[in-house]
Design a protein around this ligand. Structure first.
Ligand SMILES: C[S@@+](CC[C@H](N)C(=O)[O-])C[C@H]1O[C@@H](n2cnc3c(N)ncnc32)[C@H](O)[C@@H]1O
Length: 384
């Protein structure tokens, strides 16, 4: 616990943060930080603070800012940087409550303010945001679409470093075309955003969206035509039966239930170098646990059974990918405020198959008494 000058700190907060601000970065002495930004609650439109620390994201009401900053300071994050706009940074040390105001050049300011600026915005991609229905003709984004706007920006932000690695990998062919698949693409928001981003890099690429619904694919084809995005293609098919094609990066956002397993299997069989998968509902395992469970105490309450099914399904998906040689990290790609399904399985091909992890996967299925759809990946990927 760190001793802080709470009253002085709160005076500085009132002085510098009573209006809007760009971001706040709170550091401890060991190079760790909390990044706080302002947002709006999608339903109530109330102002909220989104606080991120590593993989953790916590949302607080805006009016609790003083208490949140005091609490984090006491927990060791006493070095504060308030980015309050127009290149102004206010440095506050909560142990003494003193403030120092600095004027930074634009690049330095962007760097210290956490670089969390939206990547795709009305000012740089208005035509794309309009075409995909996120922005209205008059340039506004409704509260309903704001959720999607945040999600696609956050998705793109976590995709960028993964894409960079794929793009910068040495290739045998000089004429490299980056292949991206959006699996269970729905209205293809991700596909459009990735196509826009890769076009902005002037990189040869193709983005292919697959969904079993004819209407969403028809809409996506029409929108790609409006944007003259000839690098995009779409297919109406179940993922399992869709065309086999090359894929370097596979993305899938909220594929219902087993569609997520089909997406993972499709991507692995296609030799994807990276997968970014945000699962949706985990009904299949939930129903299996309803019939019988090796841990009945976890299943007595339906809500706990659901939580158990969610964690178990996604842990087994992650383990299966590890067994096939992927390096896996589960992260919260966006604040739970914008979607309740905010956990992403990020997998990057790192090595060959790991038989011992496959055994661990099988033992885990046995221990929990489940047969999840992802099991099929081992047969499907045999020889891949
Ligand atoms: C919740 S929506 C998500 C759409 C989109 N990824 C997004 O986030 O906006 C789920 C989509 O998965 C599609 N889907 C479900 N099962 C599928 C399957 N087996 N093969 C292909 N698409 C599937 C549905 O048609 C639906 O469009």
């Amino acid at each position: 616990m760190v001793r802080i000058q709470e009253q002085k700190l709160k005076r500085q907060i009132r002085r510098y943060l009573s209006d809007s601000f760009k971001s706040l970065v709170l550091e401890n002495g060991s190079g760790e930080n909390w990044l706080l930004t302002l947002d709006r609650h999608p339903e109530t439109q109330a102002a909220v603070i989104v606080a991120r620390h590593g993989e953790r994201t916590v949302v607080h009401p805006r009016e609790q800012l003083e208490d949140v900053l005091a609490r984090l300071s006491r927990d060791g994050f006493f070095k504060h940087n308030y980015m309050i706009g127009k290149g102004t940074r206010v440095k506050v040390d909560a142990r003494y409550g003193k403030a120092k105001v600095q004027q930074l050049e634009e690049t330095a300011w962007k760097k210290v303010s956490g670089g969390r600026e939206d990547i795709i915005r009305p000012d740089n991609a208005g035509n794309v945001l309009k075409a995909i229905g996120i922005m209205k003709e008059n340039g506004s984004i409704s509260a309903r679409e704001h959720k999607k706007y945040k999600q696609i920006n956050d998705f793109l932000r976590v995709c960028k470093p993964v894409l960079d690695k794929i793009i910068n990998r040495p290739r045998k062919t000089a004429d490299f075309v980056l292949e991206v698949s959006d699996l269970a693409c729905g209205n293809s928001y991700l596909a459009f955003v990735l196509a826009w981003y890769l076009q902005s890099l002037k990189l040869k690429h193709r983005v292919h969206g697959i969904d079993s619904r004819q209407d969403v694919i028809d809409r996506s084809i029409r929108r790609a035509g409006e944007l003259s995005y000839s690098q995009m293609s779409f297919e109406v098919a179940s993922l399992r039966e869709s065309t086999d094609r090359d894929c370097h990066l596979a993305v899938s956002l909220h594929g219902c239930d087993k569609a997520t397993d089909e997406a993972i299997i499709k991507a692995v069989v296609a030799g994807a170098e990276a997968l970014m998968i945000v699962p949706c509902c985990q009904n299949e395992v939930f129903l299996q646990l309803e019939k019988a469970s090796a841990f009945p105490e976890l299943c007595k309450q339906s809500l706990y059974r659901r939580a158990y099914a969610t964690v178990l399904t996604d842990s087994l998906r992650a383990l299966a990918l590890e067994a096939l040689g992927y390096k896996v990290k589960v992260l919260e790609f966006t604040a739970a405020l914008h979607t309740s399904k905010s956990l992403m399985i990020r997998a990057e091909k790192a090595r060959g198959p790991q038989p011992q992890l496959k055994r661990e996967f099988q033992q885990s299925c046995q221990k929990h008494g489940v047969k999840p759809a992802i099991m099929a990946i081992f047969d499907a990927a045999d020889g891949v």
